[in-house]
Design a protein around this ligand. Sequence first.
Ligand SMILES: [Zn+2]
Length: 426
Amino acid sequence: MRVHPTVFALCAAAAAACGSGRVTTAAAPIAAPDSARIRSDITYLASDRLEGRRAGTPGNDSAAAYIAHRYRALGLAGLTPVSYLQPFVARPAAGPHTAPESLPTQNVVAMLAGTDSVLRNQWIVIGAHFDHLGRSTEGALDPEAGDAIRNGADDNASGTAAVMELARLFAAAPTRRSLMFVNFSAEEEGLLGSAYFVEHAPVSLDSIDAMVNFDMVGRLKNDRLIIYGVATASEFPALLDSANGGLVKIFGQGDGFGPSDQSSFYAKNVPVLHFFTDLHEDYHKATDDADKINASGEATVVGIAERVIRDLGDRPARVTFVRVPSKPTVAASSEGTDVYFGSIPDMAAGDVAGERLTGITPGSPADKAGLKAGDVVVEFGGMPVTDLQTYSQALYAHRPGDVVPVVVVRDGRRLTLTVTLGRRGG
Ligand SMILES: [Zn+2]
């Protein structure tokens, strides 16, 4: 189905308004991602002024206004001639310790028409959530910090800055297909912004060829880049390889489902790629601040993503969707979810047998038992651990208070440590 003519009228009007003649075919030289711009956007979005940008707060609204202002300055089209905002009310599920809430908030949406008269009816969505935890302890991994501001510099001011930088690069050199830049709110409340977007998209879902998501791309370490969804289109592995050109080590995860907004699109049979530079000790804590961001590393990630998106936007045929068989998951016990260990697992599978830990939370059961960052867990409570999946299953098969042997490999030697498991939030 073709897109409603007003969308292109809006794109053309916006282009004319900023006098750049947007709907052209001339290929402009491709500018390089600018790490200084990326850093300045993250510094603003993760500043205390925005108080951690929780959905339904003034800080979240200010972040949305900041992003919309950028799209207007780039001459991109909004959902209406005057607005880039898609308002909705987020209703996070009530937790064991929380009452139901209604959080009025908004997604931000900007569009760039393609240069090809036929292919411009197909869209590539480029997205990232811009909300974070604010002063809430719900979902925080440092409840002891109380109502401190959790600025979420990496989660996800970094992804937001990546999408804005890509908007700048493509506004200067559009692709044949049309591009949509979407900043989701209420991701931390359960992917609510992207779930709302796929039910209220300004174009038909089957005209969306692919969705590329960015969540935590600001802490590239040892050139290790994790990409989820690589098996959700048959052309993705080769496409990623050529876009990367050996710049970084890509750890591909096949499945399109994962802990971020790409899942909402994959659930609608859209091929997805999710960029992620791995968890770290500041994840979901008040210490996830802008001064820890690797801005030049993020510029490298944005450069690779720019080539991926340009390929998706210019290739003659759209990529081929593949529904990846998801691995069966063992249901966690009703108690299991409160069990607390205190490790930060490495989300990059594949290069070690077992589950490597990238960090240990100080004072946690894992810390008290003597586990260290870099340890590779190979057995948990007598259950063999080969990857993140078997690691989570083994952990959630236990309850707070259980005393379990944990076997790790450290410097090539096997060690057995005894852990008394705790209770999350306890
Ligand atoms: Zn996030």
